[in-house]
Ligand binder design. Structure first.
Ligand code: ZN
Length: 257
């Protein structure tokens, strides 16, 4: 893959990845997917994202100091989402722009995201939205949102609130922990579980309505908490989680169809 002109003036370097193909449906991307690199260093992650044998790539890599490297032109399909689903679509790589944020992740010493790095992510997202026109705020998502059973990134330390304050992404202030009310948990069955599953699916999560609080439900609730109620990530739909979910649905920028 030869060098290509960067899509954004914020890009310091272009390091092309061979792990690309065409977007399958010919439509422009309408989703931004945020990841952490989950490796010991950003340089190691960049090498992996640009070596053919790894079969993975992303459009952008954002380092701790805010440096932005582009590996794939936005017009092409990068390979970052893997098996995933959102709002009924499963080829998330064709639909999205992938941003890898350098952080060791849960495996190698998960740490807070430096402010300079977060600011760079925000600026990058802003330039994407400005250039491409409206992308629904609720379609700026975590990898864990679209692959809840497999992925944890960018994780509960990612400052979604700061992004939201800058107009990036859909987010509501989480309801306080330890409220009184109904708690749904693994092993539960019945209409309330069905309703929870329908509500999560209506927001976009890939979850079937089974009426039983199965492993898939626990995984989706966990992903929801990492993004929207990070103070406690345990896969249990406590009153705080349920209230936060309801507030999110009620404030969804693009109404549910
Ligand atoms: Zn990821």
């Amino acid at each position: 893959m030869p060098l290509f002109p960067p899509d954004s003036f914020l890009v310091s370097d272009v390091v092309p990845s061979p792990n690309i193909d065409e977007r399958k449906d010919g439509r422009p991307p309408d989703m931004i997917l945020l990841h952490y690199t989950g490796m010991q260093t950003g340089q190691a992650a960049l090498e992996r994202l640009t070596m053919a044998a790894s079969k993975v790539s992303a459009h952008y890599v954002v380092f701790e100091n805010g440096r932005i490297v582009q590996c794939v032109p936005e017009a092409l399909r990068a390979w970052h989402a893997g098996v995933s689903s959102w709002a009924g679509e499963t080829d998330i790589n064709s639909r999205s722009i992938g941003i890898e944020i350098v952080n060791p992740g849960h495996e190698f010493g998960y740490c807070n995201f430096p402010l300079r790095q977060t600011a760079a992510v925000i600026s990058l997202c802003k330039t994407i939205l400005t250039r491409r026109g409206p992308i629904g705020a609720e379609r700026i998502l975590a990898h864990s949102d679209v692959a809840p059973a497999r992925k944890q990134d960018p994780g509960e330390k990612f400052p979604w609130e700061l992004l939201s304050e800058s107009g990036i992404g859909h987010w509501v202030r989480a309801a306080p922990l330890d409220l009184d009310g109904v708690t749904l948990k693994p092993g539960d069955h019945g209409e309330q579980v069905s309703r929870l599953q329908r509500t999560l699916a209506s927001y976009g999560y890939g979850i079937a309505e089974t009426g039983s609080y199965d492993d898939a439900t626990r995984d989706v609730v966990t992903a929801f908490q990492r993004h929207f109620r990070p103070a406690r990530v345990d896969g249990i739909a406590d009153p705080s989680t349920l209230l936060t979910l309801r507030a999110l649905i009620e404030t969804r920028p693009t109404p549910l169809s």
